[in-house]
Write a protein that binds this ligand. Structure first.
Ligand SMILES: *Cc1c(COP(=O)(O)O)cnc(C)c1O
Length: 356
């Protein structure tokens, strides 16, 4: 199946504005395709950004049958636009679809849709330091029916919009609150899938910690409330003695991040040891207090690396590295963003340039 392109007239196209707020400004075009039981996926189209028209009984509104992805296009200093491991997001999209009883999307078509959209809207990839074009593939259940069950109809769409540098003045450590009452996901549930309901379910706890002055929640496992899982929309890493990087093993309720996987592959080539383990929060806090843990950071597409300066558990603050960004966090951030922006050698072949 090929993608039909119905672009705006050239004189109606805009380029990325100087000032924009992440997540509220979108580029000129979007991709859409529809699925039904007789034709499968059809009507693959890139057309001007527009509202969707859905029946109020559409399944997505009632039972949250929906999935999404998040990846970025980066402009190199020489003007080349790079995607970073897009095939990983595309595979994860299909794994999420499978878990939510939604149809698989052809991987090659999905990549073509992303690349064609970016090529058409290339003027929307910002060039300021640390900025990028955020890409949001989504699939929703559209059957107009309230009966509970998997939908027969789906829409897959891709929108994108500019994202500024996550940290304006270099990496800044954040304060994180460990959830002691609320839980995000359980083994056997949908924590491994990037599905909207996970985030709706986490909002209450997030708002709660923001009121207390923390910016993110660190989730513990839902069975014992004891093992570290992840943070908001980031995975979490602990650095021992400046050389050993440990992250929770994929338990079945943790979202398997592309950034996490990239760091596990990259860090050993930079001289660090890496390990995936089941991490007991009490031992982690004891190791922070004793100074064995020298750095803590979250990792995800949005911030790449987000150093953690304070971890609060049961009303007690544990300060990490004097609330300063550590050398390991900075090193990994510099190399990984260097690969993404095409200024550091890409030995893993992670970068895919978009042909314009
Ligand atoms: C998206 C996401 C991550 C990070 O994944 P990346 O692929 O690195 O962006 C981590 N945890 C959750 C819950 C997420 O939704």
């Amino acid at each position: 199946m090929s993608i039909t392109i119905q672009p705006l007239d050239v004189n109606q196209r805009r380029s990325c504005p100087e000032n924009f707020a992440f997540g509220t400004t979108f580029s000129d075009h979007m991709f859409t395709q529809e699925y039904d039981q007789t034709s499968g996926w059809n009507n693959a189209l890139i057309s001007p950004y527009h509202s969707l028209s859905l029946d109020p009984s559409a399944a997505v509104f009632h039972y949250s049958q929906e999935i999404f992805e998040g990846l970025k296009a980066y402009r190199s200093p020489t003007g080349v636009i790079n995607l970073f491991r897009p095939e990983e997001n595309i595979k994860r999209f299909n794994r999420s679809a499978n878990r939510m009883v939604m149809p698989q999307v052809d991987e090659a078509l999905h990549l073509d849709a992303i690349k064609s959209l970016i090529a058409l809207d290339h003027q929307w990839v910002p060039s300021q330091n640390g900025s990028s074009l955020y890409i949001r593939p989504t699939m929703i259940a559209t059957s107009p029916k309230l009966g509970l069950g998997a939908s027969s109809n789906y829409q897959h769409f891709i929108i994108c919009g500019p994202a500024g540098a996550y940290f304006k003045g270099g990496l800044e450590p954040i304060a994180v609150h460990v959830a002691d009452k609320y839980r995000r996901a359980v083994v056997g549930g949908v924590g491994e899938a990037k599905t909207g309901g996970n985030y709706a379910a986490s909002l209450y706890a997030s708002e709660d910690v923001v009121k207390k002055g923390y910016s993110q929640v660190l989730w513990l496992d839902a069975v014992e409330g004891r093992y570290v899982e992840e943070v908001g929309a980031m995975n979490i890493c602990f650095v021992y003695e400046g050389k050993r990087i440990v992250t929770p093993s994929l338990s079945g309720s943790i979202l398997p991040g592309v950034t996490r996987d990239s760091l596990l592959k990259l860090a050993p080539t930079l001289g660090y040891e890496v390990a995936e383990e089941r991490l007991d929060i009490e031992l982690i806090l004891a190791d922070i207090a004793s100074g064995k843990i020298t750095e803590v950071f979250g990792c995800g597409t949005a911030a790449v690396i987000s150093p953690v300066g304070v971890l609060c558990f049961k009303d007690k603050d544990y300060v990490v590295n004097n609330q300063k960004t550590g050398a390991v966090s900075k090193h990994l951030y510099d190399v990984l963003t260097g690969i993404q922006y095409g200024t550091h050698e890409d030995t893993f072949n992670w970068i895919q340039p978009v042909e314009i």
